[in-house]
Design a protein around this ligand. Structure first.
Ligand SMILES: [Zn+2]
Length: 252
């Protein structure tokens, strides 16, 4: 059986995920974009300037890996070059969802990553959710800022912008986006209550080893434990980890 979805089925799934993202409030207006790798050189993507909650299969655009349009009446979303760059960096994934979930985006605006190791389900399904540095939407600059993180994580926040989730299937990418937002709500509540109690570091290790993680993924920039393979970290993340560890040691 082909590892890639049939185009008709893929289009139906993509339309359905757009509707669910919209109905759940993870995107509003014409926000967000979704893509699917149909074959090594064929991608099905959402159009620009349309509500992703009200698409039909005929509205979708088919592109090559370099972004050349093969089929579809409209224009691909302006964020699709970012999707294509991520597909090049991650041959193991076949779907990408970009949304602006309000609570997770609140963390991205506050400059707070969702990288605390507190919920086993999140560690198992998504891993840690770091924050990438700001880049102007729809630019090459954003791609450059995001790729080091996308190589080692299945979901991450875009500073002052939103969230991106990746999956081996569209369903997986979509579920990860839902989980990012629900995790943001849980973490927000815990922070309001004034206490965030991390999982035991050995438990974090065990959970991260249980999931089919991208190469090199650790818990990355977790504020509460020092796990993770530093080889997957970029320097700014590493500095942040060091800064937070030093801060904690000083406060003891
Ligand atoms: Zn966006």
């Amino acid at each position: 059986m082909s590892p890639f979805p049939m185009p008709g089925e893929a289009a139906r799934d993509l339309v359905e995920v757009g509707r669910l993202l919209y109905e759940k409030g993870l995107i509003a207006s014409t926000e967000g974009n979704i893509s699917l790798r149909l074959a090594p050189d064929r991608f099905l993507v959402t159009p620009t300037g349309r509500s992703k909650g009200r698409l039909a299969a005929a509205d979708l655009i088919t592109l090559t890996a370099t972004g050349r349009k093969i089929a579809g009446a409209g224009e691909a979303s302006s964020e699709i070059p970012l999707h294509l760059a991520i597909y090049r960096a991650r041959p193991d994934i076949a779907a990408i969802v970009h949304a602006h979930p309000p609570t997770a985006t609140g963390f991205a605006v506050a400059g707070v990553p969702l990288a605390e190791c507190v919920l086993p389900e999140v560690l198992l399904s998504v891993g840690s959710v770091p924050l990438t540095p700001y880049g102007t939407p729809s630019t090459e600059e954003l791609c450059e800022k995001v790729l080091p993180t996308a190589r080692g994580h299945d979901a991450f926040l875009l500073k002052n912008h939103g969230a991106v989730s990746l999956g081996r299937t569209l369903r997986e990418a979509h579920h990860r986006m839902e989980m990012v937002e629900s995790f943001a709500k849980v973490l927000f509540t815990a922070k309001l209550l004034g206490r965030v109690e991390p999982l035991d570091p050995e438990e974090v290790d065990r959970l991260l080893r249980m999931r089919p993680a991208p190469p090199g993924e650790g818990c990355g920039n977790c504020a509460t434990c020092t796990h993770g393979e530093t080889g997957s970290l970029d320097e700014s993340l590493l500095n942040e980890v060091v800064r937070r560890v030093e801060e904690r040691l000083r406060s003891k």
